[in-house]
Design a protein around this ligand. Structure first.
Ligand code: ATP
Ligand code: MG
Length: 361
């Protein structure tokens, strides 16, 4: 393998609400993990986004931020509180949607992992939903004339869903590549008995891609059957690949089954860039009080490191990601928790405890 250690350049977009607290806390954890595996330090680039960017630059996602991101390997996106923005910003596509669209981040990857078995509906759950992020029925992400919904008369509303071979191929490859770094099982979720053409194409193209991965076990389920399987035996799944709307619903279901929806991480990725993003919002009700839980952001960053490690064939980064996961679990089990998890640790205090655990692992 390539031994010349690559130095990664990552953006930091703090965002709104608790963003300026949880994002810096999560950067500190990445620095500790990268140092622990002996990889070169990350080169960080702070960039304006959200309410502060509206006030200073006149846009929630300034053009200069987009230009700077284009030069980077990936970035950390803090939460945004776009419903509180002044018009016209409130009515525009929100910051994460804007960035996702601009960079074609077609894969939304959301794990559901039971950290505390007492909190889990199905203990032992450890799966990842790979959601196609650009097609299906979801209007602002549809490629059909920029919108998937219309009303021919005031009493009739029509939604169009689109599925294309190219888009299924690339999301299927993301899922199978991820399965190779995990437990080599992929489950395809569709509704090919009713949405025969669209989700049927989704299933069929995933099956075609599966032929290139004979080492990965494959099965497929209808979306309705899948919800039943998840509730009963979520611990039996590894990687689940599905279209946009099914993925949206399944990832919340799976997160709650794992008992960790409040700390659920995610990344959004294209072939050459990835963005880490906590599944939760900007929590304006607790902003500025040093009580926010940085776990979702920290785990999202671990996913970003793992993705970079896979993308650039850099096992040290995958190892750094695994260290972060382990350290978060150990820290929580040792009793250091933020208030939402029943503890008393502050945002920075929790992150420092995770970093200290990384140094001991
Ligand atoms: P959005 O529409 O932006 O997703 P939301 O309405 O889902 O926002 P959140 O901002 O996710 O709302 O907050 C929901 C509740 O969870 C709030 O009470 C908030 O304080 C709490 N919360 C969210 N994130 C965290 C966190 N990281 N740490 C502690 N509490 C949190
Ligand atoms: Mg929300």
């Amino acid at each position: 393998e390539n031994t010349a250690a690559r130095q990664y350049r990552l953006g930091v977009l703090e965002g709104d609400g608790i963003g300026p607290e949880i994002v810096p806390a999560s950067v500190l954890v990445v620095d500790a993990a990268v140092a622990a595996v002996g990889a070169p330090a990350i080169e960080w680039h702070d960039l304006p986004l959200g309410r502060a960017a509206i006030d200073e630059h006149g846009a929630a996602v300034p053009a200069a931020t987009l230009r700077a991101l284009a030069e980077l390997d990936g970035w950390l996106l803090g939460p945004h509180d776009s419903v509180s923005y002044p018009e016209p910003h409130r009515s525009q596509l929100n910051p994460s949607g804007t960035i996702r669209k601009h960079f074609g981040l077609y894969a939304n990857i959301r794990p559901a992992k039971a950290i505390n078995d007492e909190d889990a509906v199905v203990p032992g759950t450890d799966l990842v939903i790979v959601r196609e992020n650009t097609q299906g029925f979801y209007a602002d992400r549809s490629t059909y004339k920029g919108s998937g919904e219309f009303m021919p008369t005031p009493d009739v509303a029509i939604a169009l869903g689109i599925i294309t071979r190219d888009a299924v191929q690339r999301i299927a490859r993301s899922a199978f590549e991820l399965a190779r770094r995990r437990n080599r099982r992929v489950t395809i979720v569709h509704k090919a008995n009713v949405l025969k053409l669209t989700t049927g194409l989704f299933r069929d193209v995933c099956r075609e891609v599966a032929a290139d991965y004979p080492d990965v076990e494959v099965d497929d389920f209808h979306i309705d059957a899948m919800t039943v399987h998840l509730v009963r035996r979520a611990d039996a799944f590894d990687v689940v690949v599905t279209e946009n709307m099914f993925g949206d619903i399944l990832s919340d279901l799976a997160g709650e089954i794992a008992g960790s929806l409040g700390i659920a991480p995610s990344i959004n990725a294209s072939d050459d860039r990835a963005m880490s993003q906590a599944a939760h919002g900007s929590a304006p009700d607790i902003a500025g009080r040093d009580i926010a839980n940085p776990t979702a952001m920290i785990l999202s960053n671990a996913m970003l490191l793992d993705w970079l490690g896979g993308r650039y064939g850099d096992p040290a980064l995958c190892q750094a990601a695994a260290l972060i996961d382990q350290a978060v679990t150990d820290t929580v089990r040792a009793g250091t928790k933020t208030r939402d998890m029943g503890g008393t640790a502050g945002t920075g205090e929790f992150a420092e405890a995770v970093a200290a655990t990384i140094k001991r692992l």
